[in-house]
Design a protein around this ligand. Structure first.
Ligand code: ADP
Ligand code: MG
Length: 238
């Protein structure tokens, strides 16, 4: 795994927890309740991947697959300014794609295999991985079909990560009380949607004010433990 490269999150503490940052050739999943910062981290990484290598970036571009309509160009602008970068250039280097259903979401990733070959894309975000699948295959009775499709999607993403040396970052919204989600075990905190895919899983929790807690879940090569980071006007920071 010598050729793995890393993208800074903007927080030294969170980078340290991740062993230096978000890795290429790998899927990293951020999961947690609503408002824990999953989408903020995805925005920040889409900016940070563009930084030169000595600043924690990969001099690359980002693809942002947005399934919930929560992507905001204004937020990208703010984060670019926070790093002293030209917001227009930063926005030019992010391909925002709105996925309207799970079928579309998977078709987009299929098409990326051609696109990544020709362009210097080093980050692919799927925010969120699970929302369309949950909406289209609700409840326990559809669980098997949904998991099968999600697994196919994850394998597709894993292949993309490995073949093109890109970091794949996915989000997964979970609930504190799974019983309110009609007996869907994958909606529980830690629900094993991604458990069978190779990758890194990071649980996010709210703390005081703008602080968030991140914890790595079952990654044998990373130390156990948790850390605190902040979401500020200018983005993810210590
Ligand atoms: P989710 O995990 O649901 O994707 P988000 O990433 O959307 O959560 O996080 C939303 C939170 O991020 C807000 O509640 C707020 O605390 C913080 N946030 C969003 N935009 C800003 C901003 N411009 N300045 C400061 N904090 C912000
Ligand atoms: Mg979100």
């Amino acid at each position: 795994r010598m050729s793995v490269r890393k993208i800074t999150t903007g927080s030294k503490a969170l980078d340290d927890l991740l062993g230096g940052g978000i890795e290429t050739k790998q899927i990293t999943e951020f999961f947690g309740e609503f408002g824990t910062g999953k989408t903020q981290i995805c925005h920040q990484l889409s900016v940070n991947v563009q930084l030169p290598e000595d600043k924690g970036g990969l001099n690359g571009k980002a693809v942002y697959i947005d399934t919930e309509g929560t992507f905001r160009w204004e937020r990208i602008e703010q984060m670019a300014r926070g790093l002293g970068l030209d917001p227009d250039k930063v926005m030019d280097n992010i391909y925002w794609i709105r996925a309207i259903n799970s079928h579309h979401q998977m078709a987009i990733v299929d098409q990326l295999f051609d696109m990544l070959d020709k362009d210097n894309i080093r980050l692919v975000v799927v925010d969120s991985l699970t929302s369309h699948f949950r909406a289209e295959f609700p409840g326990r009775e559809n669980l098997a079909a949904r998991q099968q499709l999600l697994n196919r999607h994850l394998h597709q993403l894993m292949r993309l990560a490995e073949v093109y040396d890109v970091a794949v970052v996915v989000t997964n919204q979970v609930m504190a009380r799974p019983d309110v989600f009609y007996g869907d075990p994958t909606a529980a905190v830690g629900g094993n949607v991604v458990a069978h895919a190779p990758g890194i899983r990071v649980q996010l929790k709210k703390s005081r004010n703008n602080k968030r807690i991140a914890r790595i879940v079952d990654a044998p090569h990373l130390p156990e433990g948790e850390t605190v980071f902040a979401i500020t006007e200018y983005g993810v920071r210590d």
